[in-house]
Design a protein around this ligand. Structure first.
Ligand code: XMP
Length: 326
């Protein structure tokens, strides 16, 4: 039985030394709990599941089976990074599932935001269940639950956990980060040798780009979203805004406007930029991006992303605008 309340005496993990102490203790505890049996983990590539994976690789090596489901709604380069870091660098037992067509087929024509979330969540469980059934002799399910998920404070939901698996697939849970706050998870991740891009990554919703490709998702608009998001992230990184701004991304709505490209009239989508700062995601303020940088991002997106002829900048704080558009 896991203790789910953080003892008052537990020091906040703020330094590498404290992180190393935590890691050593967890390795010991995980080896005790798991013995020579096998553990399954849904590895999204987000901070929490990545740190759980790195810890378990250290503790039980190939007894950990990571399943990375590419649902087609990940940001540019994410599946590749998961494969590079975990399979190539950490030598993990990683099952990569290309479920892009499956998800996009299921999502075709679904325009209601909550319905989209339900479709993505349900399909994720189905894909994960199928992969779990293919594997033999798994006794444990590792999850990236962190302390705020247990306290259920704030609107950022525990999306990384595979709840809702059928009865016969109920594994014993392994939740090594359940007493840690997010900043502590990052310190531990850094001490485990994960790349900064993974450890200091901005929050990314479970339904991923699915709630930023507004209305019914189409493949071409999803690609416009992925490409424009990659350009925004690249420009933020180049201009010192990565790690400074809490969350920043692009949105592609499902309408078009008239423009002119190469002296020809074009009817294409706009891209909306959202960049916000917040402490707890309950309220948020707008990052004041310099006009010059906004201009450069606009020029790049309209030149490099097919199907886009306009870039808009969302100036709405929360309230009254939520951080996501759906
Ligand atoms: P809102 O849009 O409600 O977002 O201001 C607050 C924070 O929650 C994230 N968010 C989600 N995270 N699944 C998630 O895992 C979701 O369905 C979801 N919707 C919003 C959002 O990115 C922001 O950080």
């Amino acid at each position: 039985m896991q203790n789910n309340l953080r003892p008052q005496s537990m020091a906040r993990i703020t330094t590498r030394e404290l992180a190393e102490e935590f890691i050593a203790g967890q390795i010991e505890a995980l080896r005790q709990q798991i013995g020579n049996r096998k553990v399954l983990l849904a590895l999204s590539g987000g901070v929490d599941s990545s740190v759980v994976a790195a810890l378990l690789i250290k503790a039980v090596g190939k007894q950990l089976v990571c399943v990375h489901v590419n649902h087609g709604l990940l940001r540019k380069g994410e599946p590749e990074q998961v494969i590079e870091v975990f399979r190539n660098q950490m030598n993990a037992n990683l099952v990569y599932v290309d479920a892009v067509d499956r998800f996009l087929d299921k999502l075709a024509g679904v325009s209601d935001p909550e319905q989209k979330r339900k479709v993505i969540g349900a399909e994720f469980i189905r894909v994960f269940e199928e992969e779990a059934r293919k594997l033999e002799g798994i006794d444990f399910l590792a999850q990236g639950t962190i302390y705020p998920d247990i306290l259920e404070s704030g609107p950022v939901k525990a999306h990384h956990n595979v709840g809702g698996l059928p009865e016969d697939l109920k594994f014993e849970l392994v939740e090594p980060l359940r007493l840690l706050f997010k900043d502590e998870v990052r310190v531990v991740g850094k001490a485990l040798g994960l790349p900064d891009g993974m450890v200091y990554r901005q929050p990314f919703p479970g339904p991923g780009l699915g709630v930023r490709c507004l209305g019914a998702i189409t493949r071409d608009r999803l690609e416009a979203l992925r490409e424009s998001d990659a350009i925004l992230r690249e420009e933020f990184a180049k201009n010192g805004l990565e790690g400074k701004v809490w969350q920043y991304f692009t949105i592609v709505p499902d309408f078009k406007s008239v423009g002119v490209k190469n002296d020809l009239r074009c009817f294409e989508w706009p891209v909306i930029i959202r960049a916000v700062n917040t402490v707890d995601a309950m309220t948020a303020t707008i990052e004041e991006i310099p006009y010059e940088l906004l201009g450069r991002i606009t020029a790049r997106i309209t030149a490099e992303v097919p199907g886009v002829n306009r870039v808009l900048y969302d100036l709405t704080p929360k309230p009254c605008g939520t951080i996501e558009w759906e």
